[in-house]
Design a protein around this ligand. Structure first.
Ligand SMILES: Nc1nc2c([nH]c(=O)n2[C@@H]2O[C@H](COP(=O)(O)OP(=O)(O)OP(=O)(O)O)[C@@H](O)[C@H]2O)c(=O)[nH]1
Length: 141
């Protein structure tokens, strides 16, 4: 690659998995970049934050749930060249949280069976992540 001056943006994201083995997707609201696409909850790291700490904060802000950093299990990551920045996005899996999930930022939420993830249009960075989610063990598996 020749874009040595490209801006690297670090975003942490989480696949919340419920007791049925379904995964939570959130739809990006109108007015944001990539509006209408379905993504994993999460967001950009703030200065001085550790990745897990950032994700605990984002999940509380976006969904109103309390997650413990030790319940965030690394799964894989996305590395994707967007036009104005390069996205590096670790993806964690989380099966345990406290509180009732609620969309705090006006976003639509949907629990999706891993085999149906391709029915939900996602940002291009997310597409390579789907096989990792379809191969997740179910709680009983
Ligand atoms: N949370 C999250 N962000 C993702 C995913 N996939 C993906 O490309 N992104 C990108 O990572 C960035 C996350 O930014 P953010 O959630 O903190 O903030 P934002 O949407 O307001 O950012 P914006 O400045 O692009 O509008 C966005 O550019 C978003 O498009 C994903 O699955 N989850």
């Amino acid at each position: 690659m020749t874009d040595a001056g490209c801006k690297l943006v670090l975003v942490v994201a989480c696949a919340l998995v419920n007791a049925d083995g379904h995964i939570l997707l959130a739809q990006r609201p109108a007015g944001k970049t990539l509006a209408g696409l379905w993504e994993f909850p999460g967001g950009k790291l703030e200065p001085g934050e550790r990745p897990e700490e950032s994700l605990v904060r984002e999940l509380e802000e976006e969904l109103g749930i309390a997650v413990k950093a030790e319940d965030l299990v690394p799964l894989t990551f996305a590395s994707h060249p967007y036009e104005t920045f390069h996205l590096l996005m670790p993806l964690y899996v989380c099966r345990h949280w406290q509180g009732t999930l609620a969309p705090r930022e006006g976003q639509e939420l949907q629990w999706v069976a891993p085999s149906n993830l391709r029915d939900y249009p996602m940002p291009p960075a997310d597409e390579p992540l789907i096989p990792f989610l379809t191969s997740l063990q179910s709680p009983a598996g």
